[in-house]
Design a protein around this ligand. Structure first.
Ligand code: ATR
Length: 285
């Protein structure tokens, strides 16, 4: 029996086998009554472009309409896209692609996903707050523009390689608005922030938390972009200093909702999907 063609999507990365994105997008598709197939595409480290092109030309099961891009290909995806949304252009990193007839559109939904998770799911409005963003790689690049758009009073960008933080800061000066924006080494970040976001690869490596605990105060929201076991040490560290620890699972679901909206023109509800995923990830831990 031949199956009718169905719009195809995938998450592309290395590694990719533990990605929760297929589960999330299948739930969004059910919820919104959309027919689509979303899979995983393991990509050799030197073969991102070739893997993507093979995915696009193989239309036997249906047209390839888009993909999510994960570690370590977000910068390569930016280079490969023929057009960019303004937020992807600012981030210079792409986590969402849409394969249009006239080219490949590159978007970055990580930062807006993070902001939605902080504001809607964690219930903390960023306007007027003091925010510490740690890291200057792909995660921090995607986050900085949308964080600034939420108009915190101050945003400190801390990275162990100061020049990378300075370069990231410099290309965001035009969108900083009234926010005080500063780049620093982690040891000089400052004290008692309202929100602390770990966008470094430290948790993934099992390395120590890259900032001193004085960045925290009672009630600080301390969020690690990782989820599952790698995020645990950061959350335990935050909670042992009186902060509210949070992992990146909400951000993951919210960035997926933005990608789904870009592809399908409909924005899914996220609360129930996040609750189901939370139970699933907790059961695996
Ligand atoms: P990603 O795309 O996941 O952000 P990346 O682009 O390699 O990954 O960036 C990793 C970030 O984590 C960088 O800011 C890196 O710091 P450097 O710019 O100094 O390399 C930071 N990082 C990686 N390992 C770290 C560690 N053990 N402690 C502190 N920061 C670390």
């Amino acid at each position: 029996m031949t199956m009718p063609p169905v719009d195809r999507y995938a998450v592309v990365g290395n590694p990719v086998e533990h990605s929760q994105s297929p589960t999330i997008h299948a739930a969004f598709a059910r919820q919104t009554g959309q027919s689509l197939d979303y899979g995983r595409l393991l990509c050799p480290l030197d073969g991102f472009a070739a893997t993507l092109r093979a995915f696009v030309v193989d239309t036997a099961a249906g047209p390839a309409c888009g993909c999510n891009v994960t570690v370590p290909f977000k910068f390569e995806a930016f280079a490969l896209a023929t057009r960019h949304t303004p937020r992807a252009a600012l981030a210079r990193a792409v986590n969402t692609m849409r394969f249009d007839a006239d080219g490949w559109l590159g978007d970055n939904t990580d930062g807006i996903g993070l902001v939605h998770d902080i504001e809607r799911n964690a219930g903390l409005a960023l306007a007027g707050r003091r925010v510490l963003l740690i890291g200057a790689g792909g995660g921090a690049s995607g986050a900085l523009g949308p964080l600034l758009a939420a108009q915190p009073a101050e945003l400190v960008l801390a990275n162990r390689t100061l020049e990378k933080a300075q370069a990231l800061l410099e290309r965001h000066l035009d969108v900083a608005g009234a926010t005080r924006l500063r780049a620093t080494l982690p040891a000089d970040a400052g004290t008692a922030f309202d929100v602390v976001i770990n966008a470094t690869a430290a948790s993934l490596q099992g390395a120590p938390v890259p900032v001193p605990p004085t960045v925290l105060a009672s009630g600080t929201l301390a969020l690690d972009m990782m989820y599952g076991p790698p995020a645990r040490p950061f959350i335990v560290w935050a909670e042992s200093h009186g902060a509210r620890g949070r992992d990146g699972l909400g951000m993951l679901v919210e960035q997926a909702a933005e990608a789904f909206a870009l592809w399908r023109g409909v924005t899914p509800e996220t609360a129930a999907v996040l609750a189901t995923l939370r139970a699933r990830v907790d059961a695996l831990a």
